[in-house]
Design a protein around this ligand. Structure first.
Ligand code: ADP
Ligand code: MG
Ligand code: ZN
Length: 637
């Protein structure tokens, strides 16, 4: 990094010297040609009046006055503002003086203009023009050189601030640990970039744009670089925030430039990091200053529409805020493919640790799997940071290898240092989350007619501590009352499990409760599913009120009915809660089994889940490394 910076400054310094030199040269010529600048016209006339002038010559066309002072031999020069004025002010006085002092007269001469002196006076301008030409030439050459140079971080003047990654250390998929699903999705793009003609011959359509979505530090940039590295394609990258520091109109032209360069070096990859900085919903900006951003975004859309598919340019963008992106960006033919890059699970974390432990020496008491186990919620960047901090600590202590105690200290440092809510979940929180999600999953599984469980995970995702996902087998247009009641049971599964197992409840279920209440209320007021109140819609009947949920809903029922509605809603929820509780008590063994599995593995997919429920899954909660990380070091050495 330091080296890099020094190199950059080194290449800019001579360029700064050129204008300085130019100014010096020009002033030098001005001075020698036009006389002493600091004297005013008044000073000159005074010199005459005080009889200090010995001789002088005035060039009538250029106005250059050459004079010598009495008792001096050096010729001085002065550029008179007006030859006529000077003549009037000085000539008569000199004549009088010469008459009065015939023994020491002032010698004078008035010279008609010569072409020679005219050329001389033009000299500084001519020289400046030549020098400027040279400067421009040098600058463009340097710019081209820097673009073509092998360094991966160069700044080019005027043009897009593009970082090209050719040569240098190549990043490949091997450097991206854990993210197997992401890599698989991107491998198609790699294949295409390696040989576009193969795809063209088959008429296969390759996406123009891929959007990597995920929290900071999960390896989005790394993945994009790895795609370029795998395909051996040029990697042109720019960050969305780079556009923000630019003058009006520059952003759009940089985008144009970026795409032009990418096309020239196709097959190639354009990587736009932090695309949300420019790609935010248009018109959503506050006050002025977002015009520039909009222009840049528009130019980006124009460019993406402008090149045909399979031209060999693939645009990869990264963001952690897909929700604020302008929908236009996500339309077909633009970033129509999204790849979610999530927090790594326990296996993933172990893999990442292995990658970053490659060039570090670890003491035998360090077990990477143990570190992985205790770092739920850590991203790849956090883990890298953790090992680095541990290495620094060990160095400070003069150790030859990183030991367990440095790792533990570094973990605390990373957690405290970054202050991220999702970081480092305690063992107790992990248990609670595991039981919460297991509660949802078990309820889903043992209710007839619920969609099969697709995945259960306790790896944090966004704001949620974990999630249970079920996928519908068929599209449903009508939802029966009984089905909605079952949905309520599964929604409450998390809360019920917490209550059963820990005899306590947490805030983790608040979203579930909210959704359950909402659904129950709709059953009563919107779908008319309540036996007591009958098939009547209460409220305006408009489900989606424009602003806010209840704003503008006309209440067309009495206070008494309102109370009845509340009672009905509460009744529905209570019944669902009861059913859920019975279900989970009945299947407590499965609940425990699943929760323990989740605590150990953090994730289970649909297939394994089904087997676990059948009792046919062969597994152990004792996760062991495939290879002993202690000997890993020796293998690589
Ligand atoms: P993002 O772009 O998602 O914010 P980066 O790609 O910049 O994250 O990741 C930052 C650093 O974290 C990388 O340079 C790398 O050292 C480390 N890292 C992140 N994810 C991984 C991973 N899956 N495997 C190995 N290292 C990773
Ligand atoms: Mg990044
Ligand atoms: Zn829940």
């Amino acid at each position: 990094m330091n080296n890099d910076k020094r190199k950059r400054i080194g290449s800019v310094l001579p360029l700064l010297l050129v204008p300085v030199l130019l100014i010096t040269v020009i002033t030098f010529f001005m001075n020698s040609n036009n006389g002493e600048k600091e004297l005013t016209y008044f000073d000159i006339v005074s010199l005459y009046r005080e009889d200090k002038i010995a001789s002088y010559e005035l060039n009538l066309s250029s106005g250059v006055l050459t004079y010598t002072l009495r008792g001096e031999k050096t010729e001085r020069k002065y550029n008179v503002p007006s030859v006529t004025l000077f003549y009037q002010d000085v000539h008569d006085y000199v004549m009088q003086y010469n008459e009065a002092h015939p023994d020491s007269p002032v010698l004078y001469n008035y010279k008609a203009g010569s072409s020679n002196s005219w050329l001389l006076s033009m000299l500084p301008i001519l020289i400046s023009i030549v020098l400027l030409g040279v400067l421009m030439f040098v600058m463009t050459r340097r710019m081209n050189q820097s673009i073509m140079s092998e360094s991966n971080r160069t700044i080019s003047f005027g043009k897009a601030r593009i970082r090209k990654n050719e040569g240098g250390k190549k990043v490949t998929f091997a450097d991206v640990a854990g993210a197997d699903e992401e890599k698989e999705e991107l491998s198609e793009i790699v294949e295409f970039l390696k040989d576009p003609s193969k795809y063209n011959a088959l008429g296969a359509r390759i996406p123009k744009g891929v959007l990597l979505v995920g929290p900071p530090g999960t390896g989005k940039t790394l993945l994009a670089k790895a795609v370029a590295g795998e395909a051996n394609a040029p990697f042109l990258s720019i960050s969305g925030s780079d556009f923000l520091e630019m003058y009006v109109g520059v952003g759009a032209s940089r985008v144009r430039d970026l795409f032009a360069q990418a096309k020239k070096s196709a097959p190639s990859i354009i990587f736009i990091d932090e695309i949300d900085a420019v790609g935010r919903h248009r018109g959503a900006g506050m006050g002025g200053g977002h015009d520039e951003r909009e222009q840049t975004l528009n130019q980006m859309l124009v460019e993406m529409d402008g090149f045909v598919e399979n031209e060999g340019v693939i645009v990869i963008a990264a963001t952690n805020r897909p929700d604020i992106l302008d929908p236009a960006l996500l339309r077909p033919g633009r970033f129509d493919r999204q790849i979610t890059v999530g927090y790594p699970d326990i296996k993933g974390r172990e893999e990442i640790l292995k990658v970053h432990a490659r060039n570090k020496s670890l003491a035998p008491d360090v077990n990477l799997l143990d570190i992985a186990r205790s770092t739920v919620g850590f991203t790849g960047a956090d883990l890298e940071n953790l090992l680095n901090e541990a290495a620094l600590l060990s160095a400070r202590r003069g150790l030859k290898a990183i030991t367990k105690s440095e790792i533990e200290e570094a973990t605390v440092k990373v957690v405290v240092g970054t202050e991220k809510r999702s970081h480092k979940i305690s063992e107790k929180d992990k248990r609670i989350t595991a039981y919460h999600e297991a509660g949802h999953a078990i309820a889903t599984h043992f209710l007839e007619g619920q969609d099969p469980v697709h995945q259960v995970s306790i790896v944090p995702r966004g704001m949620a501590g974990g999630f249970t996902m079920s996928l519908p087998l068929e599209d449903k247009t009508h939802i029966a009352k009984s089905h909605m009641e079952d949905d309520l049971v599964t929604l409450l599964g998390g809360r019920v499990a917490e209550k059963l197992v820990f005899d306590d409840i947490t805030t983790g279920a608040s979203n579930d409760i909210e959704r359950a209440s909402d659904m129950a209320r709709k059953m009563v007021t919107k779908y008319g599913m309540s036996d007591n109140l009958g098939p009547i819609t209460f409220g305006s009947g408009h489900d989606e009120v424009f602003l806010g949920k209840d704003y503008g809903t006309v209440r067309n029922y009495s206070e008494e009915i309102a109370k009845d509605i509340d009672i009905e809603v509460k009744d529905i929820i209570t019944k669902a809660y009861q059913r859920c509780e019975n279900l989970l008590i009945e299947h407590r063994d499965k609940l425990d089994e699943l929760a323990e599995y989740l605590i150990a593995h953090e994730k289970i997919d649909g297939e394994d889940f089904a087997k676990l429920m059948d009792g046919t899954l062969e597994y152990t909660n004792e996760i062991v490394s495939e290879r002993n990380p202690g000997t890993e070091e020796a293998d690589h050495a």
